[in-house]
Design a protein around this ligand. Sequence first.
Ligand SMILES: [Zn+2]
Length: 326
Amino acid sequence: MNKTDIQPVAIGVDLGGTNLRIGIVDQRGNILKSLKRQSQAKEGKENVINRITDLLIEACNISNELQREVKGICVGAPGFLNIKKGIISASPNLPDWKDVALKKEIEKRKNFPPILLQNDANCFTFGEWWIGAGNGYKNLAGITLGTGVGGGVILDNRIWLGDDGTAGEIGHIIVEPSGLKCECGRNGCLESYASGTAIVKQATLALKKGEMSTLKNRVKENLNAVTAKMVSEEATKGDRLSLDIMKEAGRYLGIAIASIINLLNIGRFVIGGRVAGSGDIILEPAREEVLKRAINPHIKDQVIVQASLGDDAGIIGAAGMVFQNG
Ligand SMILES: [Zn+2]
């Protein structure tokens, strides 16, 4: 086979505190093969970096067997990163990682095709923009509602990085100036109202105060066993307390989105992460808030939609950025 006949692939990596996922992705965003391991973050960073390297070697071998040329690798990682230098400065999901030069560390272990480092929420956003719920929009924002709230912004079809590569921290937009304390140490960030952690906190607090809810049937006496998934499920079944908590989270999400719309005139917001699995229960109050607060009279109701790629968005988006930067 001539080299010109070889269809290139990119390797996308989704590094989380729990799971490490790798995908071999073609130029249309199809995952040809995916690999998944536990990241074992608790065993320390050396162990995690070795596991990433081993999995990348495996992925490169598979690409060879598929007779595909690996154009590049992109690692999507959580936390605060120096994208230009390939450094993870700090990450709540990777506790002992402080100024880790991940790109260099992987390159030291093995000679790979070019490696990029990207914020995991940017990878999610890029994936949904490329072949997911945001396809066809040149300006878009992605928001993940999970343990924390992550975000990414695409302007004119490219991820907006800002001066230092830290743009898109939608989770730390202030929605209540003297509001609840956020994990980042500041007050009133969106994350303290719309993350899974925030939803669980609200529910537990209300149950401890003795409020009536079907959540009690789920956890019996152990009020600390409430999960965001339970609140979302009970809300779907019509439980008043759970519905109120999800509505409140959605309302704050809408306040943050309205501000972004007023600043950037973005036409599509794709919401992912496990809290977004509750769909319209959280998205509808957000849409109502946006219609009230956005200045643009052309805002459509479907400006906020649920993500469509599930857990694959991260690896697809990481790989997509290899092609776009190629
Ligand atoms: Zn914050």
